[in-house]
Design a binder for this molecule. Sequence first.
Ligand code: DX5
Ligand code: ZN
Length: 232
Amino acid sequence: MKRKRLIRVAPSINAIDFNNEEILLKALKDIEKAGANFVHIDVMDGKFVKSKTFDYTFVDKIRDKTHLLFDVHLMVKDPDNDIDKYIKAGADIVTVHYEACKDVVSVLKKIKSRNVLAGIAISPNTPVLKIKDIIESKLVDVITVMSVEPGASGQKFIPKMAEKISEIRELNKRVFIEIDGGVNLSNASMLRKLGVNILVSGSCIFKSTDMKKTINALKGKGFFNQVKDFFN
Ligand code: DX5
Ligand code: ZN
């Protein structure tokens, strides 16, 4: 029998008021209780993307507030010199943008050599073919398909980006594929079928009234969701 692929869910705390400590700590506890697998941490530098969020000091500050793994998404220009700071602060996956690095291969090598998972993200305008060699190599553990322009939570999913999942899966059967941006209960089932492994979701999770139910539905867990998948 074919083993069922596990779907991991990574709530993005970019969707909440992360500067409010009370809200932040509650959110971390809530997603942990609700069955999330990672905390997705969006670092924005005000250069690679217009918005600015926080740096490694934030990661350090929240590291002991949850048992969840940290999925750190660096929307940062030339992240090379910061990598070690994020790892020291507690990142479990460090993802850099293909478009933001001068020498992405050397950045990925550095991440991998530190024994954490290395990720590469591609913005909507970057075709999969641009990173074909990297996908086929052993340099990366996670490929993040951006399904919105990087920079903000709450944007609409760009349907065409889903095709990138199949393209990546063709090139590498084992790599973890993550999709980030506008993921919700209407597109999750389609994304699972295409072969995604990690669903990042901000607004859909934090706006829901029952986080556990929402996370389970994103994972396609439970009888009702399985029946829905069958007919989709
Ligand atoms: C966009 C970020 C996403 C975003 C996801 O730049 O990388 O992680 O916060 O939020 P939603 O799910 O609301 O699109
Ligand atoms: Zn992200």
